[in-house]
Ligand binder design. Sequence first.
Ligand code: GDP
Ligand code: MG
Length: 368
Amino acid sequence: MSIKRSHSLSVGVVGLPNVGKSTIFNSLTKLTVPAENFPFCTIDKNVGVVGIPDSNLDLLANHYEAEKVVPSAMTFVDIAGLVKGASKGEGLGNQFLSHIREVDVIMYVLRAFESENIVHVYERINPIEDFEIVQSELILKDIESVEKRLHAVEKLKRSGDEKGVREYEVLEKVMKELNEGIPVIDMKLNEEEQESIHDLFLLTNKKRMFILNYKEGIGRDRVEEWKKELEGKTGDIVLIVDVKFVGEMATMSEGQIDEYVSMLDEKPDLAGDIIKAAYDTLNLLTFYTGSKKECNAWCIQKGATAKESAGAIHTDLEQGFVTADVVNVREMIEAGGWAEAKEKGIVKNVGKEHIIEDGDYMVVLANK
Ligand SMILES: Nc1nc2c(ncn2[C@@H]2O[C@H](COP(=O)(O)OP(=O)(O)O)[C@@H](O)[C@H]2O)c(=O)[nH]1
Ligand SMILES: [Mg+2]
């Protein structure tokens, strides 16, 4: 398994025009806590980094009375609407497809609301078909990439080069399934096959999650049915969100929000729900480091070792990794602190192959 060592993972907001992508993007940027050390920062108008609210990190920072608190972050990219023909450059298609190449997870926003004023490009409400239209464009783009690579590998294959022959076989298999309309992520490729297409960064090889942008009036039953159908088709997480309402909430005062929310069963938590879904989609966990100077939350793929996790903090810590001390962050604080936790015997000293767990607090010892 290859583990991405990064403080920040990125989510691309993808869908047809006029489905609520920018409304979501804008709300996310407003709804996440803009604390001193992790302001929402807009890199450009379509890219934003959101600090992930985290109660464990709050506890830890409080415990150390930390001077600086750095949460793990999620980058959102508002990718302009894709339409039929985008893969051939229709609209500004091609350019935006290249933005998708850079994200870790594709968040499809699908329209499940009616509106006389806001035109649906295909003049009907059908989120399932909309998903298929957009995904087809990504598939077409992948076909292009695989085709190019097939040509390049053909010579190698003809020369009898063993690696070339094998790669050609994999590419042909992928090509055949793409032509049947199957995205790479659903092809159940084994590790070796994944390895040989890795460098192509295929668009449909990315993890997906879905937002059904729903408004009363379309019928809750219908939306629930679409959700089930999408879940069945993809096996992915599908959230039903009233995007416009959440967007409006982002501009309301605390008092107005309380008044609104008192009429609902529970407070909608768009940022929290989306971040949790993205974490689950990417199979991530959070671990912590801390001192009086600085407390950090880090995210990494489940299954990562102590050494790989050290690499998320700093590459030097991974290269020089000797050993690590690990304890659940809440248990450490409940014990009264690091020294007390050690005394109590709940701190484990672990080697490089030890698998890190969600909520671990870690101190790395490394040769620099
Ligand atoms: N009626 C209604 N309008 C919405 C909803 N979500 C978004 N909109 C509106 O639809 C238009 C397009 O939204 P936008 O977020 O810009 O869509 P994008 O093209 O996907 O980025 C805007 O005028 C939004 O206010 C919704 O749930 N209901
Ligand atoms: Mg937009």
